[in-house]
Ligand binder design. Sequence first.
Ligand SMILES: Nc1ncnc2c1ncn2[C@@H]1O[C@H](COP(=O)(O)OP(=O)(O)OP(=O)(O)O)[C@@H](O)[C@H]1O
Ligand SMILES: [Mg+2]
Length: 108
Amino acid sequence: MAMKVAVAGKGGSGKTSISGTMARVLARDGHRVLAIDADSNPNLALTLGIPAERMVDMPTLPRDLLRRSEQGTELSETLEGICATHSLTAADGVTLLVMAHPQHAGTG
Ligand SMILES: Nc1ncnc2c1ncn2[C@@H]1O[C@H](COP(=O)(O)OP(=O)(O)OP(=O)(O)O)[C@@H](O)[C@H]1O
Ligand SMILES: [Mg+2]
């Protein structure tokens, strides 16, 4: 069974901490977990055990990933393909995708 959980809410209320903890607990229980940090100032990686030094060369998603057509919006690559080239493996085997770094934010 696949489950998608979105965590949103007030600034500083613990979203990132709870997201990272849930991801790790589920991964330890044997679930395949894909964590996506959609914050324009991403720091989920820290909660997932990735040291701050590694954050600078963190892969982020390309901007041309979404293709718009008359049928609607679709990914220009499969999720597996995106993960193969743009994800990191974090603590407890959680797969992490980071959407954007701060220097890329605010332009979309
Ligand atoms: N259950 C908790 N008990 C005590 N402190 C906590 C708890 N959860 C989070 N914190 C602390 O509160 C602060 C904010 O947490 P966190 O970064 O997870 O919030 P956030 O909602 O993601 O914030 P932002 O809106 O800035 O992204 C951090 O310093 C974190 O260590
Ligand atoms: Mg946060």
